[in-house]
Design a protein around this ligand. Structure first.
Ligand code: SAH
Length: 217
């Protein structure tokens, strides 16, 4: 089987990912176009990979897990914090109606935007800035996905979530986090569930880490 098909069967479906739309999207989006050309041979391996600017493209399994927990429907508007390579952005674009993606490193944002343009993906808006403040202009969002490690859930992201909306975010210290799912119930009540361990690069911003903590992920 081609490498992408193998990735979906062995690393995702074989390891507990059940959501068919997520598996389908990951079978379609060409992950190799999002990695450094020098790492092309590892594009479909079961690991995170380094990208420019000391950031990373997440391990396929954790990307799938986050998307599964997020439970995106075709009519949803999604806010993504931490565009990185744009790989997860491309997946979200297939699952949602429209994606709003924020990245704090301008060169990464531009590279991701270029990749999605070349793939002809039309339903994504990019922004360079601090995603801990959200993107007020297009709020509320049915779904919010943070793909960097947060010390806590940023206030603005909660405020910009629609009633019934779901937010997925890795919360914890710089070296280890848990994937958390927050759901906004009517009357500004919240339900949250803590899932498994994960390791992300730090979320750096006004309502997160103030600068890059000492860590090597
Ligand atoms: N899902 C991405 C991986 C993202 S890595 C992929 O598949 O490629 C996390 C990204 O979050 C990094 O690019 C980092 O620069 C960015 N980031 C960190 N803090 C941020 C903030 N406050 N706002 C927006 N982006 C941020």
């Amino acid at each position: 089987a081609p490498p992408r098909r193998r990735m979906v069967e062995h690393q995702l479906a074989g390891k507990g990912i059940r959501d068919r739309r997520v598996l389908e999207a990951m079978g379609e989006v060409p992950r190799h176009l999002f990695v450094d050309p020098a790492l092309l041979h590892r594009a479909y391996g079961d690991h995170a990979l380094p990208t420019a600017e000391g950031q990373t493209i997440s391990q396929p399994w954790i990307v799938a897990r986050m998307l599964e927990l997020l439970a995106v429907a075709p009519g949803h508007r999604v806010l993504e914090v931490g565009t990185g390579s744009g790989y997860q952005t491309a997946l979200l674009a297939r699952l949602a109606e429209r994606v709003f993606s924020i990245e704090r490193v301008p060169s990464l944002m531009r590279a991701a935007q270029g990749r999605l343009d070349r793939l002809g993906i039309p339903n994504v808006m990019f922004r360079h800035g601090d995603g801990t403040l959200g993107w007020q202009e297009f709020a509320p969002y049915a779904r919010v996905l943070v793909s960097a490690a947060a010390p806590r859930v940023p206030e603005a992201l909660r405020e910009q979530l629609a009633d019934g909306g779901v937010l997925v975010i890795p919360v914890g210290g710089p070296d280890l986090q848990h994937l958390e799912v927050w759901q906004r119930m009517p009357g500004d009540r919240w339900r949250h569930v803590r899932h498994g361990e994960c390791r992300f690069v730090p979320l750096v911003g006004r309502d997160a880490w103030r600068e890059t903590p000492q860590s090597e992920h």
